[in-house]
Design a protein around this ligand. Structure first.
Ligand SMILES: *Cc1c(COP(=O)(O)O)cnc(C)c1O
Length: 402
C-alpha cells in the first residue's frame, strides 16, 4: 500500500485544437488583429458571454486583472471606504482594489466553503464602498446571502468559474459586475484576456472609459457625465487582442462538454474515496447550482499536522494537486502601507490598515485543511480510480497515523 501511486498520465487533449487553429488562421487572413472599435472578433466573444451569463452587456479586456480594475472603478469604490474581500483569491483581485482607487478590507471565508462569508461582510459593510466576491476554486459564492447582508455593489470574480451557476442563475449575473480571466490556466483561455459582464448600462459605460479609447468610446458612450471622455478615455489601454478573442470564442464552445466530463470524473472520485473511507469533506454547492472548474477543493476532515508535507507527498505520489494561494495578508505589499503608497499614493491618506490573522479563523483553517485537485476535462474513469486509491493511501499514512 505504501508505494501506491498514480501511474497513468493526466488525461488531456491539446489545450488548443483544430477549431482554435482554424479560427486563428482565418483571422490572420483577414489582416485585422487590432479592433479599435467593437470589431467582429471581440463582438462575437462578448455576445457569447452575454448568452452564457444572461447579462445585458459583456466587455472584453486584455486581462482579468484589467477587467477587475475597471469593474471596481465602475461600481463606485472610493478612497474613503474600502472594498470587502477575502484573502482566498488571486493577488491581483486584491491589488486591483488599490488600482481602482480604494483599499481592501479583509473578510473571513465561510466555514464550509472557500468563499467570502456574508456574516463577515456584514460586520465591515459600514466602512466599505463595494464587495469583491471570488467564486473560489469554481464553487459559486452564496450570492443570495451576500445580497441580503448588504446593499453595497458586488463585483464577482468569476475567473475560476466560467459556466458556473448558483441557484439557477449564472455567476457574473448576480452582482453589479462579473469578471472572468481568460488567462491560459483558466477553463476558457484566450492565452490572455478578460471579460466584464453587467446588466447596468452605467457600469458598462464607466468600465469602457478605462481602456477602450478612442473609437469605441465615441460610438458607445451615451451618459452625459461620461461623454466629455469620448475622445480620451482615462489613461489605460485595455483592449483585447483579436487573436485572444477568437481563441476564447472556440474555448467557450467546448466548455459545456468539458464541464460535463469533469463533473463525471469528480463523481467517480467521490464514490471511490467514500469506498476507501477517506477522511474528506466536500464544499456544499446548494440547489440548482453547477460548479466551475479551476481544480476542485476538498477538505481533510481530520487535523492535518503539516500541510506543506501533505502537499509534497501528494505530488510525489502523482496526485494532481494545485497549490493553494499563499497567505497574501502577510505579504510586504499588504503589510507595509509605505510600499503600497509608492504605487497608489491615496493609500497614505486612506483608512487602510494591514490585515491581522485573528479576524480570519476559517481562512487559516482552510489553508491547513484544504487541498485542490485538478480534474481532467475528458472522460477519465480509470485515472480517477487511481487518484482516489492513491489519495486514500497518502491520507492513511500521513494524517490518520499522525
Ligand atoms: C487568474 C485570476 C485573476 C487575474 O486574471 P489575469 O487574466 O491573469 O489578469 C484574477 N482573479 C482570479 C481569482 C484569478 O484566478
Amino acid at each position: 500500500m505504501t508505494d501506491t501511486r498514480v501511474t497513468l498520465p493526466f488525461p488531456r487533449t491539446p489545450k488548443y485544437g483544430p477549431a482554435e487553429k482554424t479560427a486563428v488562421l482565418k483571422l490572420l487572413d483577414s489582416g485585422q488583429l487590432s479592433e479599435i472599435n467593437r470589431g467582429p472578433a471581440t463582438n462575437a466573444l462578448e455576445a457569447a458571454f452575454v448568452r452564457l451569463t444572461g447579462t445585458r452587456h459583456a466587455l472584453s479586456f486584455n486581462s482579468g486583472t484589467a477587467s477587475l480594475h475597471a469593474a471596481i472603478h465602475a461600481v463606485g469604490a472610493n478612497p474613503q471606504a474600502g472594498v470587502a474581500v477575502s484573502p482566498m483569491t488571486w493577488i491581483s483581485a486584491i491589488t486591483a482594489i488599490f488600482q481602482a482607487g480604494s483599499y481592501p478590507v479583509f473578510c473571513d471565508i465561510e466555514p464550509d466553503s472557500p468563499n467570502i462569508a456574508a456574516t463577515s461582510v456584514a460586520g465591515v459593510a459600514d466602512a466599505c464602498s463595494a464587495v469583491l466576491a471570488t467564486h473560489t476554486w469554481g464553487i459559486p459564492a452564496r450570492m443570495d446571502r451576500l445580497t441580503e447582508a448588504t446593499d453595497l455593489p458586488t463585483v464577482e470574480d468569476c475567473s475560476h468559474a466560467h459556466g458556473a451557476i448558483y441557484q439557477g442563475r449564472s455567476v457574473g449575473s448576480w452582482g453589479a459586475a462579473g469578471c472572468f480571466s481568460l488567462q491560459e490556466s483558466k477553463a476558457v483561455s484566450g492565452g490572455e484576456g478578460g471579460i466584464l459582464t453587467t446588466s447596468d448600462r452605467e457600469v458598462y459605460e464607466r468600465a469602457l472609459t478605462l481602456g477602450h479609447h478612442p473609437a469605441r468610446l465615441a460610438t458607445e458612450l451615451t451618459l452625459p457625465e461620461l461623454r466629455p471622455l469620448a475622445d480620451t478615455g482615462a489613461a489605460y489601454k485595455y483592449r483585447m487582442p483579436a487573436l485572444s478573442a477568437v481563441i476564447a470564442r472556440e474555448q467557450l464552445r467546448s466548455l459545456p462538454d468539458r464541464m460535463l466530463a469533469a463533473e463525471h470524473n469528480l463523481a467517480v472520485l467521490r464514490t471511490a474515496l467514500e469506498e476507501f473511507d477517506a477522511p474528506v469533506a466536500w464544499p456544499a454547492l446548494g440547489e440548482l447550482s453547477v460548479r466551475g472548474w479551476y481544480g476542485t477543493p476538498l477538505t481533510i476532515s481530520v487535523r492535518v499536522p503539516d500541510p506543506r508535507k501533505l502537499h509534497e507527498q501528494c505530488k510525489a505520489a502523482g496526485i494532481p494537486v494545485r497549490s493553494l494561494y499563499e497567505d497574501w495578508t502577510q505579504t510586504p505589499l499588504l503589510q507595509r502601507p509605505d510600499l503600497a503608497a509608492r504605487y497608489w499614493p491615496h493609500v497614505a491618506e486612506s483608512p487602510y490598515r494591514p490585515p491581522t490573522s485573528e479576524s480570519l479563523p476559517n481562512y487559516y483553517k482552510a489553508l491547513r485543511q484544504m487541498i485542490v485537485l485538478k480534474v481532467p476535462q475528458i472522460p477519465a474513469e480509470d485515472y480517477m480510480q487511481q487518484v482516489a486509491q492513491t489519495l486514500a493511501a497518502v491520507l492513511a499514512r500521513t494524517v490518520l497515523t499522525a
